[in-house]
Ligand binder design. Structure first.
Ligand SMILES: [Zn+2]
Length: 167
């Protein structure tokens, strides 16, 4: 067994030193000074990791976290922008699906409507403009008649509200 093969099974040898399939590697480690040194170093590293203990979380960590979460949820956001931001940050996206569908439908309607308007506009333009002109003429006549009525009412002496009394 050469050094490369031996070092590739170092971890297996370390975790399960008594396994019969590692007999060749074990004998190589005992005979080869270089591999022996590397294996000892790896062994020392693992021994050090065994002594290391992860720090325990402070007692009541979960309860404190839950309380703080509830406080933040109960607190009203300051403005509409803060509310929108928190909604975007903390929601799951489920409540935006109807709004998204509506927006897409609106885009489709707008796009289709614009296309229909553009395609049908050139054909119906003369008729529409004639009707609009008639309506505008009628409107102007009506306005003129109303102005004449107002002038006549202000000129009539029977109307005492229009002119202040002069003495
Ligand atoms: Zn070796």
């Amino acid at each position: 067994m050469n050094c490369k093969d031996c070092q590739s099974v170092f971890l297996d040898l370390l975790l399960d030193p008594g396994a019969p399939s590692h007999a060749a590697a074990r004998s190589h480690v005992e005979s080869c000074a270089k591999c022996n040194q590397k294996f000892k170093s790896l062994e020392a590293t693992f021994a050090l990791l065994d002594t290391w203990k992860a720090p325990e979380p402070s007692p009541y960590f979960d309860q404190k976290l839950a309380v703080r979460l509830r406080e933040e949820q109960a607190k009203a956001p300051e403005g509409w922008f803060e509310r929108l931001k928190s909604r975007l940050l903390f929601n799951t996206g489920r409540q935006f699906r109807p709004a998204l569908a509506g927006a897409l439908a609106l885009i489709l309607l707008a796009g289709g409507g614009t296309f229909a308007d553009l395609s049908g506009f050139s054909h119906s333009t003369p008729q529409a403009s004639a009707a609009v002109q008639d309506l505008q003429i009628l409107d102007k006549n009506d306005q003129a008649l109303q102005a004449m009525d107002q002038l006549l009412q202000e000129d009539s002496p029977a109307d005492d509200n229009a002119t202040p009394p002069t003495s």
